[in-house]
Ligand binder design. Sequence first.
Ligand SMILES: *[C@@H]1O[C@H](CO)[C@@H](O)[C@H](O)[C@H]1NC(C)=O
Length: 507
Amino acid sequence: MNLISLTVLALLFSSTIGVKSHFKIKNPFKVNKQQSKFSCTSAIERWKSGPGDYKSIFKTQPANWIDQQFQPNEDAIAWPQPLTANELTGYKSASWERLGQLNPKSTLFGTSGYINDIVQGNIGDCYMLSGSAAVAEDNERFKQNFVSLEKNNAGIYGFNVWVRGIPFVQIIDDSVPYDKKQKEYIMAGVGEDGALWGPLLEKSWAKTVGNYEIAGLGGSQSEVVNYLTNAPSEIFDTKDLNAASMFEILNSADDKNFIMTIGTPGGSDKDICLYNLPCGHAYTLIDSTIVKSADGKQQYKLVQVRNPWRADQDFNGKWNDNAKIWSTPGQTFAKQVNLEKKDDGLMWMEDFEVLKAFDQFEIGYYRPGWKHSWYEKLNDDGETSQYFITLDAPTLLDIKVEFYNPKMYGYDCRGEEISGGQLQLIQVGSNKVLQSKEITDSDRNGYINQSSSPVAAGKYRIEIQVQWTDKDVKDYTLSIYSAKKITITDSKGQSNEIGAHDYSLRQ
Ligand SMILES: *[C@@H]1O[C@H](CO)[C@@H](O)[C@H](O)[C@H]1NC(C)=O
């Protein structure tokens, strides 16, 4: 893949603020359903219609099965006017090839680790690819996302994902846009070891949010952590930290195996930022470690990041692969980090460089063994709803309200409007409000965060009130993340926990 061509598009690593400003419109319009087969709610309707009878396709293996919900044609690249940013017009006539046929010898996960499996194509989904690479760092965690772990002749793939906080099986076929002349993938490519999962997972995300164009207009890692694990995330601004406090957060998150990415400031990766890093770009945060001089007197706090372009791009930081510091006589720095000199996108940086070069990092608080409990509320009327839980013992938990990802409303459909409201945790009896959080469908930091200090045993009421915009599909999910399942009931004493992942097709 020609890396120059990769820089043609603005690859946004947007904060929630960036996303909002990106969706700014001057003339809000209403899409007429008669004129187009797509509307502002098409992605949501497709999701609501479910995955279909995919199990029989997995079992009977018809050769080169075609997904009728997301057919390999121009509509999968971008929707017609007015639901398009016209970013991918040049690719609408691309030919589609079956990934399995292009790579007859490849497997889903390749022959070596996952670290070099991701390589970005011509859309701005660095947030999605660096985020999935971060989830994939823990192979067992990542494998839970796959309905089947094998490649198959039908070219059908299923992903265990979360949409609006509901476990869901997203199905795709393996046809991908391909430049036959150049023999290049137009979207994400396969792993160095032939691993096929990168372009397949990217396609499942494109189908979920609508099409490749919407997936490629920038975003934040938390959207992917949410999609793959439903774990809560936190976004940190480096300007609020110093090198020591930042390193402490990163290092302790790394110890706990949390999911991490980090991004450079600026809107476009055509621009070059500090240390020759592309601006407006998201990187997977792989490792953090302290290297010491032989006499123990000097120590350096190092962080390893990975560019989803799978290339170092002239990176010229103090600890770049070719820097002299690695071969300082009498020192063992390179050995301490197992340095591999390779143009693979993996780069070491010192804490002060990280603080200067990046403006935001994100941590996904995935906790192995923790379970999700949820209540699905459809057609909410905007009034306050009450839910009840009982805790038998002091319990660590997070409580979130999940909305449709704003991307699912299609391009420019909601203007600058966002839906939001309030989430409260209240002790029944005393009526004491333990926590009250502002929530929006665009900022994932707004959730009740009791994962470090337990909530005492007892009975609790959770109150949710949402102000919807008139364009919203007024559904949400109350979602609790805790070591044990927790029964959530509404004011009528009913539960509503539908949806499931599928592991039944594994060999
Ligand atoms: C959650 O709580 C912990 C501990 O109090 C704190 O460090 C963290 O920043 C909080 N995260 C969010 C998203 O509020």
